[in-house]
Design a protein around this ligand. Sequence first.
Ligand SMILES: C[S@@+](CC[C@H](N)C(=O)[O-])C[C@H]1O[C@@H](n2cnc3c(N)ncnc32)[C@H](O)[C@@H]1O
Length: 208
Amino acid sequence: MEKILEYFPKLTDDQRAKFEQLGPLYEEWNDKINVISRKDIENLYPHHILHSLGIAKVVKFRSGANILDLGTGGGLPGIPLAILYPEVNFTLIDGTRKKILVVEEIVAALGLKNVKPMHLRAEELKGRFDFVVCRAVASLDKLVPWSARLLSHEERHALPNGLLTLKGGNLRGEIKALGKGAYVEQFPLTDYFPLEYYMEKYVIYVQR
Ligand SMILES: C[S@@+](CC[C@H](N)C(=O)[O-])C[C@H]1O[C@@H](n2cnc3c(N)ncnc32)[C@H](O)[C@@H]1O
């Protein structure tokens, strides 16, 4: 929790309380349904919650924005972002029913009113969003077409609507495979969180 407070020092009491509740909730649910590597659950805050919030360092979502978390698993990055942005609407989808059950339980326990969990594959979803966010779901050549048809044409952020995905390692091949038509920007997470764990971890932005 200290790392969250260090890099997000302006949290309200309510946000802080909700982030504090996340630890015990994920521990409880991860014992029943594996949504976070059991080896790494002790690093929930510095490795998973802070990682999810990396997206908020790249773009500040505006009040009333609609954000899709594609392949949310147990709610990452969507739940931490929904705590940080209570005035933004989050739709969290996953193709695996039991993972959405965990999201539903955590959202209910936190009393988050701005999160809509749905058991659905991205290819079946209808709707329009300002940004599609995701972590550890698929290669860019899959994520880009899945998200492209779901992005709204109405622009209301400093960054044009697009895909924001958390990825790591050498991404040159994946980015090259998208071809010259795609505008891609790579934001190193060490710019925001100067920690060894975040070396070679990025937010990848692909413009609609
Ligand atoms: C490795 S998990 C990552 C979960 C979460 N984003 C995280 O970082 O903890 C990938 C998830 O993406 C989901 N997924 C993969 N392709 C999908 C698709 N086309 N539509 C919806 N969910 C998908 C899988 O069911 C799985 O739960």
